[in-house]
Design a protein around this ligand. Structure first.
Ligand code: GSH
Length: 247
């Protein structure tokens, strides 16, 4: 049986899940727990690289990284291609931009999590019983700091957003003037860029369940207002092209 290990709220995990669900690949989903799950990630990481999720485990071996998993889903699954050969160079450019924006988005999310106690409670692993969760908030802050250090998060997330995310969103806006899909037809480029908007206004809980605390923490009202047209595009893309996620 295939198992996808991921972080339910993370844009990288959602890119891989969307590609696998699009290609109707059956898999079990398992939530990664930062710090506690580190050894498993290291075991599967290519030499000299950090262990990250999403991580796809199959009898034939492990695939680490959202784009590599999307490529595997394209080979193994069914349905219309998300990575058509003719559009690959363009898709890979959008994927690089997506990765850069997700990285500054992560720095912002870590900073905001540390400021919002309700978000910390919601971030705790599900095995922690309800009555102890309030007292366990330091564990959520510790996991957030661990992720920030491990992934070298920008020390000034707001400045990083202005330097990376804002020009990226402007580029996306310009490209969407040509039509609703970045490469002419629905592709992985649309998925990769739709996910970059997650930290300025999360998509509906039907797709990525967060809870009210994280939803509030992981929003950026000023950017959400400035890029409201992109959020509408993202929501339409989800409504029309995101198959029900495998839980
Ligand atoms: N380039 C990788 C980046 C993945 C990544 O940075 N994943 C982070 C998401 S926050 C992660 O693994 N965090 C959990 C951890 O490091 O324990 C991809 O496309 O999958």
């Amino acid at each position: 049986m295939r198992t996808l290990v991921g972080l339910g709220y993370s844009g990288w995990t959602e890119k891989a899940r969307w590609a696998m669900d699009h290609h109707r690949l059956a898999y079990q989903y398992r939530e990664h727990i930062p710090l506690l799950g580190e050894l498993r990630l290291r075991r599967h990481a290519p030499p000299g690289q950090r262990g990250t999720v999403p991580l796809l485990l199959e009898d034939s071996g492990a695939t680490m990284g959202s784009y590599a998993i999307a490529q595997r889903a394209e080979r193994e699954g069914q349905g219309a291609p998300l990575l058509p050969a003719a559009s690959l160079p363009e898709i890979e450019q959008w994927e690089q931009l997506s990765d850069a924006i997700l990285r500054v988005g992560r720095a912002y999310m870590v900073q905001r999590l540390i400021q919002f106690p309700d978000a910390q409670t919601e971030s705790l692993p599900s095995f922690i019983p309800g009555w102890t969760r309030g007292a366990m908030k330091p564990m959520a802050r510790m996991a957030a700091s661990f992720l920030a250090n491990k992934h070298e998060a920008a020390s000034d997330p707001e400045a990083a957003l202005l330097a990376t995310a804002v020009p990226g969103f402007e580029r996306l806006r310009t490209a969407l003037q040509r039509g609703p899909f970045l490469t002419g037809t629905f592709s992985y480029a649309d998925i990769a860029m739709a996910l970059t908007l997650q930290f300025i206004q999360p998509v509906d809980d039907r797709f990525i369940p967060l809870g009210p605390g994280r939803r509030k923490a992981w929003s950026h009202p000023a950017l959400a207002e400035r890029f409201a047209d992109l959020l509408r595009w993202r929501d339409q893309l989800y409504a029309g092209h995101r198959p029900a996620p495998a839980r």
